[in-house]
Design a protein around this ligand. Structure first.
Ligand SMILES: Nc1ncnc2c1ncn2[C@@H]1O[C@H](COP(=O)(O)OP(=O)(O)OP(=O)(O)O)[C@@H](O)[C@H]1O
Length: 274
C-alpha cells in the first residue's frame, strides 16, 4: 500500500473515532463546519411484486409494503438474508424498478425514475478498461454541463478523497481489487450525490481492505455529508458503520434502530424470528 493511502487512512481513523465517540454525524458535521448536503428519503407503503414468482409463504415475491424515513446526512445500513428484498429496494430507489404501490420522495420531490442526485456503487465495479483511472472517475460528469477543467478538477478531488490521486493516469488492470473499489467510490463521489447507495461494495475484498475502506467511507461521509444507504450481508459491518440499522425479512421491515442501541444478538434474532 502506498504512503498516500496510509496517510489518508490514518487521518480517517481519527475522524472515525470522533464519530464513534459522539455517535451523531450531524454533531460531527457541525463541529467540522461543513453543512450536510444529504437528501431526505421517504418511502410510504412502497410495494413491488415480481410477476409469477412466489416466496416461501405463497405470496408473490418482492418487497413491501415498506414505510421508511431517512434524515438528510444519515448513514443507514440495510441488512437481511438472501431474498429479503435488499436489491429490490435499491432497484426501486435507483429507478430501475417502478413501485406498484406507494410513494417515494427525495428531498420532498417524487422519486419515479433515475435522478442525478443519487448514485449507486456495486460490488461489480463496472469500470471501463479503455479509460484511465481519471477518465473512469470523471465519466459521470460528462453529462453535467461542466467545462473540461471543472470535470477534471472534480474527478481529481474525488480521487484524492479515496487516496488514489497518484493513480490518475493508470489503467484499471494495473490496480488491485481494493483500489478498483476505491475508483468506483470516487466515480460516485465525483458527482457529489445527495444520496449514495452502496450495494455490498466491499464484499469481494479481504477483511483488512474491507475494514480500511469502511473507515475511509466513514471519513468521506463525515466531510461530504451525503445521505448513505449501505446494503450489506455482514452484520458486524452494519453495526460498526451505520448510525442506524434497518433489517429486512421476507420483504418486510424486521427492525429499524440506532446502531448504538443494538447488539449482534439483537440483529441476528430479528432476522431469524418468524
Ligand atoms: N427478477 C426477478 N424475478 C422474479 N423474482 C425476483 C427477481 N428478483 C428478485 N426476486 C425475488 O424477490 C425477492 C427479493 O429479492 P431480492 O433480490 O431483492 O433479495 P436480496 O435481499 O437482495 O437477496 P440477495 O441478498 O440474495 O441479493 C426474492 O424472493 C427473490 O426471489
Amino acid at each position: 500500500m502506498n504512503d498516500a493511502v496510509n496517510r489518508s487512512s490514518t487521518a480517517v481513523k481519527s475522524v472515525v473515532q470522533v464519530r464513534h465517540a459522539s455517535s451523531s454525524a450531524q454533531d460531527a458535521l457541525m463541529n467540522s463546519s461543513q453543512s450536510p448536503v444529504g437528501a431526505a428519503l421517504s418511502l410510504t407503503n412502497v410495494e413491488y411484486r415480481y410477476a409469477g414468482n412466489r416466496a416461501g409463504d405463497g405470496q408473490p415475491a418482492g418487497l413491501g409494503p415498506l414505510t421508511l424515513s431517512i434524515q438528510p446526512g444519515e448513514f443507514v445500513c440495510v441488512v437481511g438474508p438472501s431474498g429479503s428484498g435488499k436489491s429490490t429496494l435499491l432497484g426501486l430507489l435507483s429507478g430501475f424498478l417502478k413501485p406498484q404501490q406507494g410513494q417515494m420522495t427525495l428531498s420532498g420531490r417524487e422519486l419515479s425514475g433515475p435522478v442525478p442526485e443519487l448514485t449507486l456503487v456495486q460490488q461489480e465495479h463496472a469500470l471501463f478498461p479503455w479509460l484511465t483511472v481519471l477518465g473512469n472517475v470523471g465519466f459521470g460528469l460528462k453529462t453535467r454541463h461542466l467545462s473540461r477543467q471543472e470535470q477534471e478538477r472534480r474527478a481529481l478531488a474525488a480521487l484524492k478523497q479515496v487516496g488514489l490521486e497518484e493513480y490518475a493516469p493508470r489503467r484499471i488492470h494495473q490496480l488491485s481489487g481494493g483500489q478498483r473499489q476505491r475508483v468506483s467510490l470516487a466515480r460516485a463521489l465525483a458527482v457529489q450525490p445527495s444520496l449514495l447507495l452502496l450495494d455490498e461494495p466491499f464484499s469481494a475484498l479481504d477483511v483488512t481492505t474491507r475494514h480500511q475502506l469502511g473507515e475511509e467511507l466513514l471519513g468521506i461521509w463525515l466531510t461530504q455529508g451525503s445521505t448513505v444507504l449501505f446494503v450489506t450481508h455482514n452484520l458486524d459491518e452494519a453495526l460498526s458503520l451505520g448510525q442506524r440499522v434497518v433489517a429486512l425479512r421476507g420483504g418486510q421491515l424486521a427492525l429499524d434502530a440506532p446502531a448504538q442501541d443494538l447488539t449482534l444478538q439483537d440483529l441476528k434474532a430479528s432476522l431469524e424470528s418468524a
